[in-house]
Ligand binder design. Structure first.
Ligand SMILES: [Zn+2]
Length: 195
């Protein structure tokens, strides 16, 4: 697959609809933000980048607010997955066999698309941005965003580290920036502990 080849315009729209990185992906997995697309029209009233947190996904979002990325791992087949699901998508082991675990936050870039136009609020205020799919060190492939990197510097396979952005009050969304093993950048400072 070539750079930016995640379906071209379709991929871009899919990323947009799926939300700014994992927000919509996680939400979508539990019937989240995609369902809000039809509500466009109430100018400024609808946002398409925020998750609908429920009891199952709350640990993920609580951890994100603390600057930590969580994965789900199956105790039967041993494989991790993302976005989070109650059951293992690899071997279908039940929810009693799948648990949360902290991810390393390390990933490599699989593909991306630089978004120059997105009519879904609030993405229009953020263009251009880089929607991306990354391969987490633990194995799962994650839809997200690459930040702090010029489009011309993006490379397939480049090393990335998770970083968190406050999309709304108390809602922190994972993105990735170039480099691995470095300390926090300004965009990933989590708020004061909210335990
Ligand atoms: Zn499994």
């Amino acid at each position: 697959m070539t750079a930016g080849g995640a379906g071209g315009a379709g991929g871009a729209a899919g990323v947009a609809g799926a939300g700014a990185g994992v927000a919509g992906v996680v939400g979508g997995g539990v019937g989240g933000t995609r369902g809000m697309v039809g509500a466009v029209g109430a100018v400024g009233a609808v946002r398409h980048d925020l998750p609908e947190v429920d009891d199952f996904t709350r640990p993920y979002w609580d951890a994100a607010a603390q600057g930590r990325l969580l994965l789900r791992r199956c105790g039967d087949c041993g494989r991790a997955h993302h976005y989070p699901r109650e059951f293992c998508p690899h071997c279908w082991a039940g929810e009693d066999r799948v648990a949360w675990e902290p991810a390393s936050g390390l990933a490599t870039l699989y593909t991306w698309s630089v978004i120059h136009r997105n009519d879904l609020p609030p993405f229009g205020t953020r263009v251009p941005y880089t929607a991306a799919v990354v391969d987490l060190a633990e194995g799962p492939r994650m839809m997200t965003e690459v930040v702090d990197c010029e489009a011309a510097d993006l490379r397939i396979g480049m090393a990335l580290t998770v970083t968190f952005r406050e999309a709304a009050d108390g809602v922190w969304v994972a993105g990735f920036r170039p480099g691995q093993g470095q300390s926090s950048s300004r965009t990933q400072e989590p708020p004061a502990a909210r335990r």
